[in-house]
Design a binder for this molecule. Structure first.
Ligand code: 13P
Length: 347
C-alpha cells in the first residue's frame, strides 16, 4: 500500500472527532481484570465480553477503529460473524495488537523489552488476510530512581521502529505505542523529561528505519504525575505539559496522536483530553485523539460482571464513555457533569 493510502487510513480512523477503542488485552491481562470482579476466566466469557463491546448500538458515531487481539480476531461474534467483519459492517476499521508482550531486558533488569519481531512479516500478512487494516505494538518504559536507562529507551524505540517499517512494508498502518507508565511517586516534570526522551528516540529510529511519518498513528501516554505523587496537578497544567512535550518531540507530518489511558479513571481521561483540544486545537499540527482501553471499558465491565442479562446496561456505559471522549476531541466535554456536548463535527 502506498504512503498516501496509509495516510488516508490514518485520517479516516480519527475523522469527525472519532478515536480508537482498544479491546486488545492479552489473555493474561483480560483474565486478571475478570478475576478481580469474579468473572470466569474462559474463552467463552472473553468472547462474550468482546461481542458485547463491538455490538454496542451506535458505537461507530464515536469510534473510528477498534484494536483486537490475536485471540479475538480469529473468533466469530455470538452471531457467527468474524469479529473483523462485524466491526467493518458497523462502519469501524478493525486492527490487531501484534506484539507478544514484554520480557526483562537483558542487562537492564528490571526494565522491559517487547518481543515479537521474529516472523512478524508473515504474521502481519495473515492478519491482513482476516481483515486487519492496522496493527499495534506497545513498548513499556518505567520511571524509578535510576531508570529509564538510555539502553532501555533505545532498545524499545528501535524495536517500535522496526515493527512500524514491517507494517508499512505489508500495507498495514502501524499504531506505535511507547508507554511511559504512571506508576511511582515521580512528579509531572520528570514524566515530561522521560516522555520527551522516549519520543525523540522513537522518531529518530523511525527515520533510520525508513518509516513514513504520514502513514502511522502515535499512541503515547499523557504527561502525568506518577500515581503516588502528592501533587496530582490540575487539568490545565497537565494539558499544557502534555502538548508542550508533544510539540517538542512529535514531527508535524504525523497525522494523529491517540492517547492511551494508562489506568486513569474514564472521566478524568476525557477531561484531560478535552482540556488539550479546548486550549490547543487551533495550533497543533496533528489530530489529538484517544485510543483508550480501561477508560472506556472499566465502568461497563463492572456493570456486566459476566452476566449476559446486564449486557444492555453495559453497552450503554460503553456508548456513554465513547461519546464523552468524542466530545473531548471537540473540546466540548463538560467535566462537571460528565456530559458529552456534541456541538459540531471535529475536523
Ligand atoms: P489503556 O487505555 O487501558 O492504557 O490501554 C491502552 C492499550 O492499548 C494498552 O496496550
Amino acid at each position: 500500500m502506498s504512503v498516501a493510502k496509509l495516510a488516508g487510513l490514518a485520517v479516516q480512523m480519527v475523522a469527525h472527532g472519532k478515536g480508537l477503542l482498544a479491546i486488545d488485552e492479552s489473555i493474561g491481562t483480560c483474565d486478571r481484570r475478570f478475576a478481580a470482579l469474579g468473572i470466569a476466566q474462559t474463552v467463552d466469557r472473553r468472547r462474550a465480553w468482546r461481542d458485547l463491546i463491538v455490538t454496542t448500538p451506535g458505537l461507530g458515531q464515536s469510534i473510528g477503529a477498534i484494536i483486537l487481539n490475536e485471540e479475538t480476531i480469529r473468533q466469530t461474534t455470538l452471531a457467527g460473524v468474524p469479529f473483523a467483519a462485524a466491526i467493518r459492517d458497523a462502519g469501524i476499521i478493525p486492527g490487531v495488537k501484534v506484539d507478544s508482550g514484554t520480557i526483562e531486558l537483558a542487562g537492564h533488569a528490571p526494565e522491559r523489552i517487547t518481543e515479537g519481531l521474529d516472523g512478524l512479516k508473515a504474521r502481519l500478512e495473515a492478519f491482513a488476510a482476516v481483515g486487519a487494516r492496522f496493527a499495534k505494538w506497545r513498548g513499556v518504559i518505567t520511571i524509578a530512581a535510576d531508570i529509564p536507562t538510555r539502553g532501555c529507551i533505545e532498545a524499545n524505540a528501535q524495536t517500535l521502529a522496526r515493527y512500524a517499517a514491517i507494517c508499512q512494508q505489508v500495507g498495514l498502518l502501524p499504531v506505535i505505542e511507547p508507554e511511559v507508565l504512571m506508576d511511582g511517586p515521580h512528579d509531572l516534570a520528570r514524566c515530561a523529561v522521560v516522555t520527551e526522551a522516549v519520543l525523540h528516540a522513537v522518531f529518530r529510529h523511525a527515520d533510520e528505519q525508513g518509516v513514513a511519518l504520514e502513514g502511522l498513528i502515535l499512541k503515547p501516554n499523557m504527561v502525568l504525575p506518577g500515581s503516588d505523587c502528592p501533587d496530582q496537578s490540575d487539568l490545565v497544567t497537565i494539558a499544557d505539559a502534555t502538548v508542550r512535550s508533544l510539540l517538542r518531540a512529535v514531527p508535524a507530518a504525523v497525522p494523529a496522536v491517540a492517547f492511551l489511558s494508562g489506568g486513569q479513571p474514564g472521566a478524568l481521561a476525557s477531561a484531560r483530553l478535552n482540556a488539550m483540544n479546548d486550549r490547543f486545537k487551533a495550533r497543533i499540527p496533528w489530530q489529538l485523539s484517544f485510543s483508550f482501553a480501561r477508560a472506556i471499558q472499566q465502568p461497563a465491565l463492572e456493570i456486566w460482571n459476566g452476566r449476559d442479562e446486564r449486557a444492555e446496561a453495559a453497552q450503554a456505559a460503553i456508548a456513554h464513555r465513547a461519546m464523552c471522549d468524542h466530545a473531548a476531541r471537540c473540546g466540548t466535554y463538560d467535566a462537571s457533569t460528565d456530559v458529552p456536548l456534541i456541538r459540531a463535527q471535529a475536523a
